[in-house]
Design a protein around this ligand. Structure first.
Ligand code: NAP
Length: 283
């Protein structure tokens, strides 16, 4: 712990120094990087030798994620290779500040994982206006604001790759998840329209579409379901596992491997929706 004394996560971003940093390695920006899929993807990119710009509203968990980062040699990732920032994707200014600080520190942003998202259980008849607003604002506007802040830098650089964290609900509908499914449908469509718009400028835009992955989002959803159904949490998990051909939930690390592949290696893919769902959508 000693080497991490001081502030790991910057709450108050300073205005730019005007002097641009110049990371020699490629740079990835990940929103919602504190836990779950975002944190696992941050760890994957760190292992592969990338510089990281990480944003989340959960600063305690984000600091723990920064501590967990290891470089290609297995040693703690040097702190100068990470910018971890309190960033609320529903707040345009917060995203702009993170991106400006990232450009200041590293000089460029090569990859964007627009990952931050929330889940709520509701139907079109039960959802409150406030909940509808919150889910749409976070999952759709948050992703849009993030791309609006990062894309101009990629265009200036002449290359970039963007990945949205979509959902199996791009392919299928699920009960009692009205707003969440609606927002992931929107993200799936945004993927296509942006891909068409920016392919000629050497920007690839794709979506990853996970089934149920064992992260805090899924744990909360299953816990809510167990309460409503009057069953134990373990019984809720067992029901969920049965939905998948693989008879298990996915892990954040499995999604991180695929996110890395799509962002960095899948150079002939754009406007695509990549399933990672243990066969759910095939059955
Ligand atoms: P997670 O562990 O809850 O990660 C989401 C992170 O985003 C959390 O740290 C959360 O903070 C943060 N966040 C929430 N609102 C934010 C905001 N306004 N600005 C910035 N950060 C915010 O869940 P996850 O499963 O890894 O989810 C990541 C993405 O994967 C989401 O877009 C989700 O829809 C998608 N996904 C997940 C699954 C699954 O089954 N897990 C399946 C398909 C798609 P708090 O902890 O404070 O909320």
């Amino acid at each position: 712990m000693a080497e991490f004394e001081g502030t790991l996560v910057q709450e108050e971003l300073q205005a730019g120094t005007g002097e641009r940093g110049a990371a020699k390695c490629p740079v990835v920006l990940i929103t919602g990087a504190a836990t779950g899929i975002g944190a696992a993807t941050a760890r994957k990119f760190a292992q592969e030798g990338y510089a990281l710009i990480l944003g989340d509203i959960n600063v305690e968990a984000l600091a723990a994620t920064v501590e967990s980062l290891k470089g290609p040699n297995g040693a703690q990732l040097p702190l100068e290779q990470v910018l971890a920032v309190r960033c609320d994707v529903t707040d345009k200014e917060s995203i702009k500040a993170m991106v400006a600080a990232g450009i200041d520190q590293f000089g460029h942003i090569d990859y964007l994982f627009a990952n931050a998202g929330i889940h709520r259980n509701n139907t079109i008849l039960t959802i409150s206006d406030e909940e509808l607003e919150l889910v749409v604002h976070t999952n759709v506007f948050g992703a849009v604001y993030t791309v609006q802040a990062v894309l101009p830098h990629m265009l200036e650089q002449g290359q970039g790759s963007i990945l949205f964290n979509c959902s199996d609900q791009w392919f299928i509908g699920k009960k009692n998840q009205f707003a969440y499914g609606m927002t992931k449908g929107a993200i799936g469509q945004i993927t296509r329209s942006l891909a068409a718009e920016f392919a000629q400028q050497n920007i690839r835009i794709n979506a990853i579409c996970p089934g149920t992955i064992d992260t805090p989002i899924a744990q909360r959803a299953l816990s809510n379901y167990a309460q409503r159904a009057g069953i134990t949490l373990e019984e809720a998990y067992q029901e969920e596992r049965e939905l998948f051909l693989s008879k298990r939930l996915g892990t954040p690390e499995e999604v991180a491997e695929m996110a890395f592949f799509i962002l960095v290696k899948a150079t002939f893919s754009t406007g695509s929706h990549f399933g990672i769902d243990g066969g759910l959508c095939a059955s």
